[in-house]
Design a binder for this molecule. Sequence first.
Ligand code: SF4
Length: 130
Amino acid sequence: MLYIPEASADIENTATWAKYHKQLCQHCDASCCSLPVEVKATDLIRMGLMDEFELEENLKFIARRLMKQRLVEHFHSRSATFILARMANGDCIFLDSHSRRCTMYDKRPDTCRNHPKIGPRSGYCAFSRK
Ligand code: SF4
């Protein structure tokens, strides 16, 4: 039988996170969608936030535009990594606050596709009860 935790994890404390199994997502409030999401330019192109031809431009300028549009909250130029913007409550701006589902699931970034295999604690997630 699969284990569904009684209590929600503390998102800031990975020691409280639950060992991941697929069925957990059915009972979770999408807490992983309030973690900072690192994305690359290729993700932004797939998400429709950036055009392919913009790859030839300095990514700092793209980041500036995306920050102005409140789509991105940070840009690390050394690693060419963007952090997706979040709402005041910490949710990703692409999370539907009612259904708690991703509004661009088919185009979601690799970070989201690979979570929790890749993340703050590999194989564990910040399960939070619905
Ligand atoms: S892009 Fe979608 S899956 Fe990724 S954090 Fe945002 S709402 Fe969640």
